[in-house]
Design a binder for this molecule. Sequence first.
Ligand SMILES: [Fe+2]
Ligand SMILES: [Fe+2]
Length: 190
Amino acid sequence: MKDYGEYIDIIQKRLSPRRFQHCLQAAQVAAEMAGIFGADPDKAYLTGLLHDYAKGISGGELLRLADEHSLIQDEVDRWVPDLLHAPVGAYLLRHELGITDAEILKAVTCHTMGALDMNALDKIIFLADMVEPGRDYPGQERLKCLAFRDLDKAMLFGLESTIRYCLDQGRILHPQTIAVRNHFLKRVSD
Ligand SMILES: [Fe+2]
Ligand SMILES: [Fe+2]
């Protein structure tokens, strides 16, 4: 595997300065969270750095790549192709950068909608993406507090914020976001 420096260069070249900063900060937050929750901070940093590898790709191209490589899970994916930057990103990390670490690839794959079988790294990346200091939305401070205290409660809060935002903005709500929110609601209340 390359050292961080090479990956930082690769991400910087692929993304806008704003998105590059987002990746650096998500990586930093992910490494801090990993230290708290017993995950590998180096792996968390690298995954945070790489999680938006496909973010600069247009919706049409994401859809084409997803179709070509059988990455469409639900027909709703076609209505909101931007969400495909997660699975397409994991695919490209595997095939363009030669990253084979299954944990990294899975965490990248589920960083937009979550999944029903998320491990600590998956949750850390999902949450670091939402709480890194460059983001600004109502509830972010609360989410940040939770993210450093209880991963499952933070996931529930983060997913509910996303759902609320989609409703307020009249955006499509992906059924997986709802399924994953219900899953964490049950986990938190059990
Ligand atoms: Fe993303
Ligand atoms: Fe991101």
